[in-house]
Write a protein that binds this ligand. Sequence first.
Ligand code: MEV
Length: 317
Amino acid sequence: MTHGKSGRGDAHGKAILMGEHAVVYGFPAVAVPLPEIKVSAEATSREGDDWLDCTYYRGPLQHAPSELAGLRLLIVEGLERIKWRRPIGITIRSDIPAGYGLGSSAAVAAAVAGALYHLAGAPLPRETWLELVAVSETMCHGAPSGVDAQATTGLDPLWFVRGRSPEIVAIPTPMYLVVAASSQPGNTRHTVKQVRALQERLGSGTGPIDRIGALTAASRPAIEHGDYPYLGALMIEVHRELAALNAATSEVEQLVAAALRHEALGAKLTGGGGGDSMVVLAKDIQQQRQLADVLMSAGATRVWTPIVRGTGLSAIN
Ligand code: MEV
C-alpha cells in the first residue's frame, strides 16, 4: 500500500559511436545520448515490504531475481545514504530495450537513484549520482568504464576517458544517425570477459583493442571538423576490429552490410556486442530515413533516428 510521498528520477539511452571495449582499457570513447529513449523511476513511501515493479519483475525487493542484483544493491546503498528507514516501493518504466547496448542498466540505475534522492528531498550531486550508478553497473558488468553512466545522465555528446572528467565534443554539423536493434540481446559482462581473455593473450600494444583506441583518437578531429565521410570510414574500421574480438553476431553483420550497400557513410556495432544494436552514420536526413527502412527490411527489430547536435568544448562533471 502506498503512503503518498513520492520521488521521481529520469535518465535515457546512449549509443557509443566509437571506442567500445577499448574504453575499458583506458582508451577514449565517443558516446552520444539518446534522450528520446527514456527511463523514469518513481520511489514511493509505502507500508509492508520494500517493493519493486519493473518490466522483468513485480514483487518484494528481497526476492527480485539475480539479474536485478545490481539494482537491488543500488537501492540498499541509496536508502542507506539518504537515511531512509521506512518501506519503499520502486516503479520503473523504460523504453530502452535491456541487453541491446543502449545503456539500459546504467539508465535504470540512474533513474532509480534520482527517484530515491527526490523522495528524500536530498540534493543529488553528480558525483554521488555516478557513484550510485557504478554500484549497480559493477555488479552487472564486472568492471564498467563509466561511459554508460555519463552518457545516460547527460545531454551532450561526450569524449570519455576512464577516470577523467568527460569532455563535450563539439559537433559543428548535425550528425544523422540510425540506431537499429537486432533480434538478439547481448551480454556485456560476457563479452567484456571474453575480450579480457583475448587481450591478456595478445598483451597491450598490438591487436584490436589498441587499433580501436587509435581509430577513436582519429575520430575526434573528424567529428569536430564535420568530416563525416572520414568519420564513417573510421566507424567501418572499428566495426572490423570489434568483429575480430568476436563481438559481432551474424545478424549485426547483416545489418551493417545492408547499411553499407545503401551507401551509408559508416556503420558499426554499438555497445558490448554478442547481440545488441548497430549504429549508422547517414549523409543527410533523407538518407537517414531511407536507411531506417532498409534496416527494418534487413531484420532490425527497432530503429531510432537521432540527430546529434552539440557545441562547446568545456569539461563537464
Ligand atoms: C558497454 O556499453 C561499453 C563497453 O565498453 C563496456 C564499458 O565501457 O564498461 C563494452
